[in-house]
Write a protein that binds this ligand. Structure first.
Ligand code: BGC
Length: 788
């Protein structure tokens, strides 16, 4: 686990001031760079030592058989695993015949800086070789946001005391050896030699390699080219082999002189394009990178990020550690989705192999809210990708004996890849999560073309699924039985409240969208009768409630289950899924992650304030947060029910998930849902932002330590800035011209915001707040301020 202060607090940088080999794998995830299309882990340039080498291309995967001790009808037969593709990061250095390796000689200093405004990872090292030759190495790398296929590296070496021979071997390597797999189900399957060589081309200062996967039949190409700046005589050669291509630069360099090498690399992949077409594609990408050159790429990267921060930054005064972590989280969220372009966003983005690179509801429910209000085009693209998999989802529904579309719980290409049906197939709520993301996007942007293009069909097919999955009982109430909600410690249940409320909204949204586009609805065979059946089912949705305890039930019968013995559960027994059998977790009141609490956020319109208070107290005491998707949502609801200090604690936990490696598995990649969820905790939590029924509302209130919070949102093309202090809020519009106006709700009252003048309104005094909620023994979040 990364101890606090592994990275000193700094508002715009993540700095590592010394190399700790025990933390190498975690730091590779923290320092991963990506643009949604390409991802490279923060591996050391020389490749060794490493925690987990990793280079990924979004949706480039291999198939593997899913093992079942006992197979069953409808079990997915094959899984998809994101593979480690050709590595372009590798740059090995020899100093007078001795390999530069931090494990040998003397490492005088080692610093790495992830610069959130420059979009680069910079490394500076002073090293003395075993025979006493001292050098300084400075490297900088970037994955371009503006040129989607391009990765670039700068490598500079300077002898410090005496002249020496420097040999730099810069490579493209396919089929790297990977460390063996662990037993943790959250890590990835390791595939041996997934790539088969198809072509290799050597040129003087670079070259190109084309490979293909065996079973998934995907083809990828990687190309590189070097630009060398050496003080005197030097040599450049390139040699190749089916799985590696190496450009060697040899130079004699004196003290005070520098060998400087720029490496430009390009990637491309396709499931349908021919070898020559793909070869040309990466050749062209490289030509385009060459046109900008290293300096041009750096400049474009900064400009892109300047624009991003200008409209997406969240400023917090009073908790600098959280300020840094929030920006780190936003940066990784951007890296996961910026240029995904009709591809999924995996739960680790492209920062590591965890969960086999699969996308889950994490994308629609945690990442898309942040993107919808800051980078709407990226959010729309993810939903377009979902739409492109509709046929597979329809097929899956058919296999399951259902109508409409059953979207996969986890996947890369669209097929269900979960081999564990209680937390896979049964997680039907994914359909409603997609529908909710469609609803939110259309509402926030007013993009009705998108609704016609993909939105309506997604809403209709998911509504059809709910209508066929659920049933009316003899009293007319509608039930959805035998499903798993977000809480994976309570599986295959009847009437999971989150699922029911989301399905209800899904069906209502489908009716409304069908009414907006009657012609298109008819083409999708939606008639009045079908719409009426959705409306009836939604209106009659059963919402389980325990009258005696006066709390909602997470699912039917939940509150009568045996309590979990938290007092006798030692801290090392968490996460419980690795230490207790599922049968025991399933039959007790122990909650893995926000479920009913999640419902109270996304369907907050379905609960009264008193219900929210009581439910939150009841479920917070039983929620262990074994999933990283929990604390950000608990922060939102804690803030809404008035426990602002607790909200701050949960927000801190979500934000620091990877910088402090709180779940001890950041090595497999960063937790994108939690990082994007930090934005949710701030904007929806402390900012109290909600968007029910097309009405933008805010109810900001700050915890004691935070004295200022500022964020921006895009709403129907208008950029709204919200600036909160302890007792007042200023709303301003940053674009839209003189006539632009927006009516929002502020703590229940209408406020008109125009571009002419910002509006400042007071924060009303808080209502009565119940006693502070408690958490299971030993599971309270780290306190960020004095207790309530
Ligand atoms: C959580 C799921 C989540 C998945 C991927 C699981 O541990 O329970 O809700 O989708 O991880 O992040």
């Amino acid at each position: 686990m990364i101890r606090e202060r592994a990275y000193p607090v700094d508002p715009w940088h993540i700095r590592e001031t010394r190399l700790d080999l025990d933390l190498l794998a975690q730091s590779e995830s923290v320092f991963a760079l990506g643009n949604g299309h390409i991802g490279i882990r923060g591996n050391l340039d020389e490749g060794e030592p490493h925690g987990l080498p990793g280079t990924y291309l979004n949706s480039f995967y291999e198939l593997r058989p899913l093992p079942y001790a006992e197979a069953g009808y409808g079990f997915p037969e094959s899984g998809q695993t994101m593979i480690n593709v050709t590595n372009a990061k590798l740059m090995r250095l020899l100093v007078d015949d001795e390999p530069f390796d931090v494990r040998y000689g003397e490492l005088r200093s080692h610093e790495r800086i992830l610069d959130l405004r420059a979009g680069t990872l910079e490394r500076t090292v002073e090293w003395v070789s075993p025979s006493g030759q001292a050098i300084r190495v400075r490297t900088v790398r970037l994955v371009s946001f503006t040129q989607r296929a391009v990765v670039a590296f700068l490598y500079e070496v300077e002898p410090l005391d005496a002249s020496c021979r420097l040999i730099l071997q810069s490579e493209l390597v396919a089929n790297e050896q990977l460390p063996p797999m662990s037993k943790d189900p959250r890590v990835a399957a390791v595939l041996d030699h997934p790539l088969q060589s198809e072509e290799i081309l050597e040129q003087r200062a670079g070259g190109l390699m084309v490979h293909r996967t065996k079973a998934s039949d995907l083809r990828m190409a990687a190309a590189m080219e070097h630009f060398v700046d050496a003080p005197g005589k030097h040599e450049i050669t390139t040699e190749g082999h089916p799985d590696w291509l190496r450009t060697t630069v040899a130079a004699k360099v004196g003290p005070g002189q520098k060998l400087r090498v720029v490496k430009l690399a390009a990637y491309g992949w396709s499931g349908s394009r021919s070898l020559p077409a793909l070869r040309d594609q990466v050749g062209a990408a490289l030509a385009s990178a060459r046109l900008d050159g290293w300096e041009g790429l750096l400049e474009a990267q900064r400009e892109y990020l300047d624009a991003f921060w200008d409209h997406s930054d969240v400023k917090i005064e009073g908790d600098p550690e959280v300020q840094q972590a929030v920006r780190f989280g936003l940066f990784h969220t951007l890296q996961a989705g910026a240029r995904a372009e009709k591809r999924p966003i995996g739960s680790k983005g492209l920062s590591g192999p965890g969960y086999d690179g699969h996308t889950f509801w994490d994308a629609e429910t945690f990442v898309l809210p942040a993107l919808t209000y800051t980078q709407p085009a990226a959010a729309a693209d993810v939903l377009r990708w979902r739409h492109s998999t509709l046929d597979l989802a329809r097929e899956r529904a058919q296999t399951l004996g259902l109508q409409g579309a059953a979207f996969p719980w986890r996947t890369i290409r669209g097929q269900e890849c979960s081999a564990y049906w209680p937390a896979g197939t049964a997680g039907f709520h994914i359909g409603a999560d997609i529908a909710d993301a469609v609803r939110r996007y259309v509402q926030a942007t007013g993009d009705y073309d998108f609704e016609r293009e993909v939105g309506l069909e997604l809403l209709v097919e998911t509504a059809r699924l709910w209508r066929s999955l659920g049933h009316h009982d003899r009293h007319g109430r509608f039930h959805i039985d035998g499903v798993t909600g977000p809480d994976e410690y309570t599986a295959v249940v009847d009437d999971n409240i989150y699922t029911n409320l989301m399905a209800q909204q899904n069906m209502f949204s489908a009716v409304e969208a069908a009414k907006r586009h009657p012609d298109l609805a008819r083409q999708l065979n939606v008639d009045d009768e079908e719409m009426a059946s959705w409306r009836d089912a939604a209106a009659a949705m059963h919402i389980p409630y325990d009258r005696e305890l006066q709390v909602h039930q997470q699912s039917e019968g939940f509150t009568r289950l045996q309590e979990w013995d938290f007092e006798n559960t030692p801290p090392e027994a968490y996460p419980l899924l690795l230490n207790y059998p599922y049968f025991d977790l399933y039959r007790k009141q122990v909650v893995k992650q926000a479920d009913l609490v999640m419902a109270m956020y996304v369907r907050g319109d379905a609960f009264t304030p008193e219900e929210k208070q009581r439910n939150f107290a009841y479920y917070d005491a039983r929620t262990v947060r074994d999933s990283s998707l929990s604390s950000c949502i608990q922060a939102v609801v804690a803030a809404e029910v008035g426990h602002l200090e607790l909200a701050h604690d949960y927000l801190g936990e979500a934000a620091l998930m990877d910088l402090h490696d709180l779940h001890q598995n950041s090595r497999d990649g960063v937790h994108v849902a939690s990082l994007a969820g930090t934005w949710i905790s701030l904007v929806a939590g402390l900012g109290g932002m909600r968007d029910f029924n097309g009405q933008l509302t805010f109810a900001p209130r700050l915890p004691s330590r935070i004295n200022n919070l500022e964020f921006s949102l895009l709403w129907r093309g208008l950029r709204l800035r919200v600036s909160v202090t302890a007792d007042e809020v200023t709303y301003s519009l940053r674009n839209g011209g003189g006539a632009a106006r927006l009516v929002i709700h502020h703590h229940g009252k209408d406020v008109e915001v125009t571009q002419v003048k910002p509006v400042t309104v007071p924060i009303p005094p808080a209502g009565p707040v119940g006693p502070p909620p408690t958490q299971p023994a030993g599971r309270a979040p780290v306190r960020r301020a004095p207790q309530e």
